[in-house]
Structures are given as C-alpha cells and as structure tokens.
Design a protein around this ligand. Structure first.
Ligand SMILES: Cc1cc2nc3c(=O)[nH]c(=O)nc-3n(C[C@H](O)[C@H](O)[C@H](O)COP(=O)(O)OP(=O)(O)OC[C@H]3O[C@@H](n4cnc5c(N)ncnc54)[C@H](O)[C@@H]3O)c2cc1C
Length: 420
C-alpha cells in the first residue's frame, strides 16, 4: 500500500471529475495532493462525444424545471450558486476556452468538444493533479477519517476526501457503467439510490408503415399519454423517424424519461401523440381546403406536396384506409379533410419500447440528491462526495446535463477546499 495520503482522490475522469479537479487546482495550485483515477485509456471519452462532437456545454436559460431529480429545492439552490455565468467565466478566464452562443446554447467557439477536453486536461496537468489511467476502482471503504480506494489491478490509495464521478450507465463503451452503486456498497445501502434507467433516448413502435418514414424529420410536438389517456409529458421541436421503426429527435428524447418509467412500471398502451406540422388542425384544414380549389385534379400526394412531406401524407391517408396516390384532392370530402387534418396534428403512435443504455444520452436515477448536503457531500459520510451523472439529476437536451456536471463538481470542490 502506498504510504502517501492524498488530500482528495476523484474516481472517474469524465466531465464532472475533470472539472472538480480543475476547480481544486485553481484554489490550491500544486500545493495539495490530488489524484484522478480513470478506468479508461484516456480522460473525457464521453465528453468528447457531446453535442455531436461540438460540445453544447451549457445553456443561458438554466432552471430546475429542465431537470428530473428527487430534490428539486436543493437542485435550485445548487444552480443558483453555480450556474451558466460562473461556468462560462471559468472556461473563458481560467481554462482559456473562447465560447460562442447559438440562441441559448453555449459551445466552444471552435465547435469541437476536443477543445473542452484538452482545456481541462492541460489545466490539471499544469497544476500537478496526478492522473492514473486504465485503473478501475473496485471498492471504497473508510476507517476513522481516511478512505481506502482499491483498484482491480491490486493498487490501493489512502485519501482524506473521495469524489465519486463515475457517471451513469449510458454509452458504457465510454467507461460509464453505473459503478457508483457497487463502489459504495460497504458505506451505503439501497436506500441511497434510485435505479439507473436510460433517458434522452429514442422510442419504438410497431405501428404499420412507420418504417417507411425512416429518415423523415419534421417540426412539431409530442405528447406522452399513459394507458388512461392522461398527458404525462410534452415537448416541442424536431421529430425524427428512425430506421428501426420509431421516433427520436430532441423533443422525443426530452420526454423519453417519462416513457421509460411508465413502461418499466408495467403501464400498458403508452402512446406518443405527434403533431407533425407545428400548426393547428384548423390551420391545416383551411390550407387543404384552399388547395382543393386550386389543385383539384391532382392526386392528394401531389396536391399536398407543397405543404406536407409526401411520406407523411401517404402514412396518414393509409392509416385512414385511403390511397394518396390514387385519389384526387377533389375526391376528398370535407369530413375526410377534417379527419386528415386532425390525424396529422395528433397522430397517435403506440409505444412498445425505448432505446437501451447503448443508445441513450444520459441516465436517470443514481445517488439520491437528497442524501447529499449543499456541497455534494454525503450527509452521513464526511469526506465522501458524489457528483455528475452518478447523482439522480438528469436534464433535457441543450447543455443541461453538462451544466449539472460542472455545477456539482464546482460545489464539491468548494466543500473539499474547507476540509484540506
Ligand atoms: C452522445 C452523447 C451526446 C451528449 N451531448 C451532450 C451535450 O451536448 N450537452 C450536454 O449537456 N450533455 C450531453 N451529453 C450528456 C453528458 O455527456 C453527460 O451528462 C456527462 O458526460 C456526465 O459527466 P460525468 O463526468 O458525470 O460522467 P462521464 O462523462 O460518464 O464520466 C465518468 C467517467 O468515470 C469513469 N469510471 C466509471 N467507473 C469507474 C471506475 N470504477 N473506476 C475508474 N473510473 C471509472 C468512466 O470511464 C468515465 O470516464 C451527451 C451524452 C452522450 C452519450
């Protein structure tokens, strides 16, 4: 066993772990002993994939309503203490990353996630934070005021403070395999955790004809209905039909968390009701009605092609038992126009499943936020901190998840600064 005692060991070199180390490095420069232990061959593997490789690192309109957690009040105070402004300031003025805004979304001006990963790893290296790669931590125990951390290869480390930054369960190829639960089994029990589930993921359906829409994108909205027909969640934005026979896109991913919980709780007949136009049924009715006077002799598919994607017209009319390429618009009765308009603006898609952890962008569940104090320290285990996606706090698309990683990491660093 090494006889060196660390001031803090951070388990996990992802977004949260690297940011926590950078914040500690900013406070102490090289005067304390800090170590990151990372199971992978390099740090920041998932961070490198974010925002389709562009890294949407925060959002200027951060608030609690964008998140799902067991302790919204604590989340609100955390985000108020350290939010988008503080994060942007640290990136620009300490880590040297120039930021750019697209609407409310914030990116590095290079639009390359490697810029963010490099800035973090260069900064911790400049400030002598040690990094052990390819070391998978398998246990954390505590004796008196010291933690002992053991790795699979047989190494052992002693530390006064331990930060668990091991992420959630999604994209396990990046190293995030939900280890927080196993690592803390000597110190906690199941009452500290909410089971991890995939969130921000696609939804699947076996409705006839849906595979024919593969690749189609439209702007609209999605409502999630439970088996009794109650609306349980909704969002607006782009809907994408997937090649597997289902739906995805930002607004679908934003409501997927609700679907996962409903299906896993045994709810039958979960539906997504899609508005595929972004307009009201009344507006669509009027538009089709006017077209019927101008393009009466064209097939429905041709006559509506200027206002609706042909595949959407085909799909909707097929669902009504009509053939869009055989019927002229003149032949479509007023009642049929009304039914078509209603269908396109509230298309019910039965949902049979969801994209698993290999496809989901984040996890819901993890270490309960309510069991942590304001500095992310486990309330009844002094010196133990849990941050990032390992905590039960997940946001919608748009930089909210990385902001949680930065926020929780910065608060933990602040707490640790008072203990070392
Ligand atoms: C494709 C994709 C795109 C995304 N895009 C965005 C985006 O644009 N904006 C946004 O806000 N969010 C985005 N996210 C979500 C965001 O990436 C995560 O919320 C964030 O990375 C979580 O950070 P973390 O440090 O908590 O966990 P992770 O980044 O998962 O890091 C955890 C680290 O811990 C290591 N580890 C795990 N177990 C052990 C162990 N036992 N021992 C040692 N090391 C261990 C892992 O190898 C990993 O490096 C995206 C996610 C994905 C998958």
């Amino acid at each position: 066993m090494s006889n060196n005692v660390y001031d803090c060991v951070i388990i996990g070199g992802g977004a949260a772990g690297l940011y926590c180390a950078s914040r500690l490095a900013k406070t102490f420069a090289s005067s304390k002993k800090f170590l990151i232990i990372e199971s992978g061959p390099r740090v920041g593997r998932k961070l490198a994939l974010t925002g389709s490789g562009r890294c949407n690192l925060t959002n200027t309109s951060i608030d609690t309503s964008k998140y799902n957690t067991d302790d919204p009040k604590k989340l609100s105070s955390c985000l108020n203490r350290y939010g988008c402004t503080e994060t942007s300031d640290f990136y620009e003025n300490v880590l040297g990353v120039v930021l750019e805004q697209k609407g409310t979304l914030v990116y590095p001006s290079t639009y390359k996630s490697s810029t963010v990963v490099d800035a973090l790893r260069f900064y911790i290296s400049d400030n002598s934070v040690e990094t052990e790669l390819k070391e998978q931590v398998i246990s954390v125990s505590k004796e008196k005021s010291l933690f002992e951390i053991k790795t699979k290869s047989g190494k052992s480390y002693l530390t006064r403070n331990t930060v668990i930054a091991t992420g959630g369960i999604t994209y396990p190829s990046t190293g995030s395999t939900g280890d927080v639960v196993n690592l803390l089994d000597k110190l906690t029990d199941e009452s500290y955790f909410i089971p991890f589930k995939p969130a921000l993921t696609s939804l699947s359906s076996d409705i006839s004809g849906i595979k024919g829409l593969a690749g189609i994108r439209c702007r609209g909205d999605v409502k999630i209905l439970d088996g009794t027909g109650d609306v349980r969640n909704q969002a607006e934005g782009e809907i994408l039909f997937t090649k597997e026979g289902g739906i995805s896109g930002i607004c679908v991913m934003d409501v997927s968390d609700t679907v996962v919980r409903l299906i896993d709780n045994g709810e039958k007949n979960v539906k997504a009701v899609l508005n595929l136009t972004g307009k009201s049924a009344g507006e669509i009715f009027r538009m089709i009605y006017i077209r019927r006077q101008i393009y009466a002799n064209r097939t429905c598919a041709d006559a509506l092609s200027g206002m609706l994607l042909r595949n959407i017209t085909d799909f909707a009319m097929k669902t009504m038992g009509l053939k869009s390429d055989k019927m002229t618009l003149r032949e479509l009765s007023e009642n049929q126009i009304a039914a078509l308009s209603n269908l396109i603006c509230a298309f019910p898609i039965p949902i049979t499943g969801y994209g698993d952890k290999d496809k989901a962008q984040v996890s819901s569940g993890g270490f309960k936020l309510i069991r942590l104090d304001d500095d992310m320290q486990v309330k009844d285990i002094p010196g133990l901190y849990v941050i990032g996606e390992a905590v039960n706090c997940n946001g919608i698309c748009g930089g909210y998840n990385l902001q949680w990683a930065w926020t929780s990491a910065a608060l933990a660093a602040e707490g640790i600064s008072q203990n070392v």
